[in-house]
Write a protein that binds this ligand. Structure first.
Ligand code: ADP
Ligand code: MG
Length: 324
């Protein structure tokens, strides 16, 4: 199979929203007049972001999901994406599975594959997504203000638990492992929540490297600090670990680590003024996404953790960093 046959067979489909898709030197997009384009890229490298033998369908899903998660964090609606792919060889079964997982998620969000690049090389997937939102309404990292509430969506830590189990560092029973693995390999981008929070959230970030580390991006960009209630964050703990059989076998400190600094969760963390608590609750309900209040923004820089009694908790929860 030639490069062009491969592209034609697996990655070429008629476009409905874009003016021109795969096949020419450029794709042509037609953003809605008055809307701003939101653009983001994420690269997935075999052995670094995923195990080379992961199910290809799941890898296709995840490669797009982590990009859609960035659109979610900005409150954008997905439009289109490009796919740059390095493949060690042409494996039709692998390509069919990869394309199936990728395009199923794309279709479920109306996000069209409009172009890309294909080359031989170590397995590497780079996607660029394009989304749109009303001009000036993007949720940015820089908008948090002292006094704002801090929220996180969904639950945190399953993906890291699955990774630790797959690496052989911890043992998880089959059922919770399958659930945790689903969070690691098939993350759900919180697109509906992100869009529902436009005009409500003062800042937002998606959680790819761990709650505390990603929250620190908001604090730095906004020039503020925060106090986080560890009793509230313990309620976010990985679903897979809630089952008594699993949690009783796991070190509570490890569970805290996974919840606060696990990474690969693809939930949203955001801030909003206390006057908008009802609006946040309505956005959570409208998007069918659980949201929990976990702390408050403060003027004093830095991130402080407190327990149920308001006593300080030592913060030794470093987030994931590819270069450390
Ligand atoms: P060029 O050499 O002009 O950059 P290519 O020959 O690399 O173009 O690609 C031919 C067409 O196929 C282009 O429209 C490109 O966007 C598209 N394409 C290449 N690889 C992929 C891919 N993995 N997924 C989707 N479209 C792709
Ligand atoms: Mg060209």
């Amino acid at each position: 199979m030639t490069e062009f046959e491969l592209i034609a067979h697996y990655f070429t489909r008629p476009v409905r929203r874009a003016a021109l898709g795969v096949g020419d030197d450029c794709a042509l997009l037609l953003p809605t007049p008055g809307m701003q384009l939101a653009v983001s890229s994420d690269m997935l490298v075999a052995g670094r972001h995923f195990f080379a033998d992961v199910a290809p369908e799941r890898l296709g899903h995840k490669a797009l999901a982590v990009n859609l998660s960035d659109l979610a964090a900005c409150g954008a609606r997905p439009l289109a994406f490009t796919l740059a792919l390095a493949l060690p060889c042409v494996d039709p079964a692998w390509l069919a599975g990869f394309a199936r997982g990728l395009l199923a998620l794309a279709d479920s969000h109306g996000c069209e594959l409009v172009g890309g690049d294909t080359t031989r090389g170590p397995l590497n997937i780079c996607i660029t997504v394009f989304g749109e939102l009303p001009a000036g309404q993007a949720l940015l990292r820089s908008g948090a203000r002292p006094g704002d509430d801090i929220y996180a969506s969904g639950s945190l830590g399953d993906a890291r638990l699955a990774l630790l189990a797959l690496q052989g560092h911890i043992a998880l029973p089959a059922e919770p492992l399958a659930r945790a693995r689903q969070r690691l390999e098939l993350p759900t981008p919180r697109l509906a929540l992100g869009q529902a929070l436009r005009g409500i959230a003062s800042s937002a970030v998606d959680l790819s490297d761990g709650l505390l580390g990603d929250l620190a991006h908001i604090l730095r960009a906004s020039g503020v600090g925060a106090c986080i209630d560890t009793r509230a964050t313990s309620q976010l703990m990985a679903e897979s670990a809630r089952e008594t059989s699993a949690s009783s076998a796991l070190d509570p400190e490890l569970l805290r680590q996974c919840t606060l600094a696990g990474g690969d969760d693809y939930e949203l963390a955001f801030t909003a003024p206390p006057a908008l608590r009802a609006a946040v609750a309505a956005a959570a309900q409208a998007s069918a996404t659980p949201v929990a209040r976990i702390g408050a923004v403060q003027a004093e820089p830095g991130l402080r953790l407190v327990d149920a009694q308001g006593q300080p908790v030592v913060n030794r929860y470093a987030s994931f960093d590819h270069f450390q």
